[in-house]
Design a protein around this ligand. Sequence first.
Ligand SMILES: *[C@@H]1O[C@H](CO)[C@@H](O)[C@H](O)[C@H]1NC(C)=O
Ligand SMILES: *[C@@H]1O[C@H](CO)[C@@H](O)[C@H](O)[C@H]1NC(C)=O
Ligand SMILES: *[C@@H]1O[C@H](CO)[C@@H](O)[C@H](O)[C@H]1NC(C)=O
Ligand SMILES: *[C@@H]1O[C@H](CO)[C@@H](O)[C@H](O)[C@H]1NC(C)=O
Ligand SMILES: *[C@@H]1O[C@H](CO)[C@@H](O)[C@H](O)[C@H]1NC(C)=O
Ligand SMILES: *[C@@H]1O[C@H](CO)[C@@H](O)[C@H](O)[C@H]1NC(C)=O
Length: 384
Amino acid sequence: MGLLLCIVAVFLQFSLGFSFPLRFNQTTGHFKILQVADMHYANGATTKCLDVLPAEFATCSDLNTTAFIERLIHAERPDFMVFTGDNIYGFDCNDSTASQVAAFAPAVNAQIPWAAVLGNHDQEGNLNRMELMQHIVSMDYTLAQINPPLASLTLPSEGHHYECGLASSIDGYGNYNLEVGGAQGSPLANKSVLNLYFLDSGDYSTVPGIGGYGWIKPSQQLWFSQTSAQLQAEYKSDPTSDNTSAPGLVYFHIPLPEFIAFSASNMTGGKQEGISSADMNSGFFTTIREAGDVKAVFVGHDHVNDFCGELSGVNLCYGGGFGYHAYGMAGWSRRARVVMATMGKDDNGGWVGVEEIRTWKRLDDDALTTLDEEVLWNPSVTHS
Ligand SMILES: *[C@@H]1O[C@H](CO)[C@@H](O)[C@H](O)[C@H]1NC(C)=O
Ligand SMILES: *[C@@H]1O[C@H](CO)[C@@H](O)[C@H](O)[C@H]1NC(C)=O
Ligand SMILES: *[C@@H]1O[C@H](CO)[C@@H](O)[C@H](O)[C@H]1NC(C)=O
Ligand SMILES: *[C@@H]1O[C@H](CO)[C@@H](O)[C@H](O)[C@H]1NC(C)=O
Ligand SMILES: *[C@@H]1O[C@H](CO)[C@@H](O)[C@H](O)[C@H]1NC(C)=O
Ligand SMILES: *[C@@H]1O[C@H](CO)[C@@H](O)[C@H](O)[C@H]1NC(C)=O
């Protein structure tokens, strides 16, 4: 019975593949993503804020995190939202399930498709990482997945045990990709013109003698490489694609060691603390660069870093700390990152592939101030 359900679930996933739950807007040619990093949600009204001004402390709780998301949804009207880990602060949660429900409620209530990955604090409560992802994928409007369906992987043939959706050849929980279809009515309506990849960057090292944070393992990188190659081959098979690939964006929690590459002269935004990556470099930046389709990587984890910098044609970006029950800096507004991709137009005004990806941040001040708007990718300018 379990196996039958498993096969049906995998079949449904594939047969629905062309319905594109995510799609560029036919009128504007835009697709807008709101990234929420490090909510650190706990119990709601009773959970006090960290690092706010003394005068703000008495009236500040997790509910301010909720209010900020709601204001942003109203202001930006995103097509999709991604929560990049430490969504809940498990250590302080009375009930991790209830905390996740409250944390993601604004996306669910606004009926906005959303995805989530885990950080290093989510599992500190009464649910482990697998249970957290199992709960997330059961929620409304989510497009998150636990791990890729077995059939989509080219697997080593021996010595592995697989469960539905939990291929044990992939480390972690929450490795998946989402395809964003071209605008309805355009020649690219049945193609993914923007590819989103989500990975579980783990929590802490489990290797004896190595301390520090987790990292993206070879099994996850293999899945990423294979998925990217497959998506690129499909896109290139379209006569209108001009032998190019659809751009890709990658979301996870813990920054790659390469985030250290920037200084004030070559980044946009702030760097007010160290780069808390894993002690080991597992090579995911190289894997991304080799794949060739990814234009930007978005992480959280370091709440008071909110910069983007470009390294070898790949933008490395922080979301900036969002949650009030998370460390921050008093007087330095909580913030979020928006990414907007735009399809190009041909000479007849018809939509063609993505021609630009922009980003900006929004602050939780009275005006929801927009800052650090920049172009992350424009193929006609960068030729990358
Ligand atoms: C597309 O954008 C237009 C203009 O902003 C908006 O009115 C419409 O609701 C959007 N369509 C969808 C499907 O989101
Ligand atoms: C969580 O537990 C604490 C300590 O027992 C309690 O004071 C608080 O009211 C609880 N919060 C919720 C939302 O249940
Ligand atoms: C938190 O929300 C309360 C209630 O709306 C508000 O009075 C307070 O100013 C907010 N605090 C911060 C730091 O935004
Ligand atoms: C996309 O698929 C739909 C449904 O199969 C079909 O009606 C439509 O013609 C296709 N559009 C393009 C541009 O291939
Ligand atoms: C497409 O690009 C690849 C390299 O990216 C090249 O090897 C191949 O020859 C190109 N194909 C065509 C038809 O231009
Ligand atoms: C950024 O600038 C610093 C200081 O000039 C330099 O050391 C570093 O290599 C640059 N990084 C990149 C990615 O260009």
